[in-house]
Design a protein around this ligand. Structure first.
Ligand SMILES: *Cc1c(COP(=O)(O)O)cnc(C)c1O
Length: 342
């Protein structure tokens, strides 16, 4: 692709950083039309399948982990420590990628619900199969204490731990979605798709931040619309902006140029339902609709809610681009923990 970068120096800098990874994702991930859904919804809907990245049932976290695990290996680490909810996809994929490169995995998982399936099924089952060390906590405040405690005791026994933040959303993990944004830009150019919008779920924010940086560096031909699955749109936008800024600092892209040009993230918070990780009738209906029209499986925590957003925003013409791209970020293993509600 001919990349239409604004500043050659920044473009080359980014390309250089994008090389610092382990290669795991089968690139490019599939991009195709959802014909049946398009007909039903009277619009043109495509899907970018980042649920089929390869390794351990796939998902968006694999792209971030290509960079995070590379960094861990560079720093001589033998163990990774990360955190998430008890059904965290990020924790599952962190364990998988760590295992693949010979590292151990320590997981601090927050558990609130009294639903026994959460403890036995879905991502937790997979983490157990991969022999992750699982530490359950019930309180937000316990998380940092537990991580600290693990770090100290691992070091005491001569291990070298590497901490990965919630969702892998720091300046290193975000590189994975700068790379993905460029990849999508190339697919759109190849298929000659213009005036389009990418709709995706937003949790810890790194995925959206990466796409926006890619769009900005290479003038890519898509809008980015986030659907929050956790916090209100103001907080989510600030989170995404903070990750963008921290990543651009890391990439050494100059402040002056950024301030005038960076777009504000567009995030809707109308589809969170009863809260993070909790599902509702809307989400279940979206999951069933896409399953029966397209044979595509979505999850109750992220992609099901993003799809509810996509359907609502297009039907009500709030988003009126010529076409829409649904970014499938993965999460499918979690559905097995929601069996009773589905
Ligand atoms: C983590 C996750 C997201 C959210 O990505 P962020 O980068 O954390 O915003 C979306 N979908 C699935 C399936 C995830 O596991």
């Amino acid at each position: 692709m001919f990349l239409k970068y604004k500043r050659k120096g920044d473009h080359l800098k980014v390309l250089n950083f994008l090389q610092n990874r382990v290669k795991l994702v089968s690139e490019p991930t599939p991009f195709r039309n959802l014909n049946n859904l398009s007909r039903e919804n009277e619009s043109s809907i495509y899907i970018k399948e980042d649920d089929v990245t390869g390794i351990c049932l796939g998902g968006n976290k694999v792209r971030k982990l290509e960079y995070l695990i590379y960094d861990a290996i560079q720093k001589g680490a033998d163990t990774v420590i990360t955190t998430g909810g008890i059904q965290s996809n990020h924790a599952r994929l962190t364990t998988a990628v760590a295992r693949k490169y010979g590292l151990k995995s320590e997981l601090v998982l927050k558990y609130g619900e009294e639903r026994s399936q959460f403890r036995q099924n879905g991502n937790l089952l997979l983490n157990n199969l991969m022999d992750a060390n699982i530490h359950l906590v019930t309180d937000e405040f316990e998380i940092q204490n537990k991580i600290q405690e693990l770090e100290t005791s691992l070091k005491k026994y001569g291990n070298i731990p590497y901490k990965i933040p919630l969702g892998g959303s720091n300046e290193i993990g975000t590189l994975g979605y700068i790379r993905a944004g460029k990849e999508l830009g190339e697919q759109l150019e190849y298929k000659d798709i213009k005036n389009t919008a990418v709709i995706l779920p937003v949790g810890s924010g790194g995925t959206m931040a990466g796409l926006l940086i890619a769009k900005w560096i290479w003038n890519l031909n898509f809008k980015v619309i986030g659907i929050s699955v956790t916090r209100n749109s103001t907080v989510m936008s600030e989170t995404v902006e903070a990750i963008i800024n921290e990543t651009l600092d890391f990439l050494d892209i100059k402040e002056d140029f950024r301030e005038q040009n960076l777009p504000k993230p567009t995030i809707y918070d109308d589809y969170i339902g009863p809260g993070y990780g909790k599902t509702d009738q809307q989400t279940i209906e979206s999951i069933k609709l896409i399953a029966k029209t397209e044979g595509v499986i979505l999850d109750p925590v992220y992609t099901g809610k993003a799809m509810t957003g996509l359907l609502d925003l297009t039907e009500n013409k709030i988003v009126s681009n010529d076409s829409i791209i649904f970014l499938h970020t993965g999460g499918v293993p979690a559905i097995f923990a929601y069996q009773d509600q589905l």
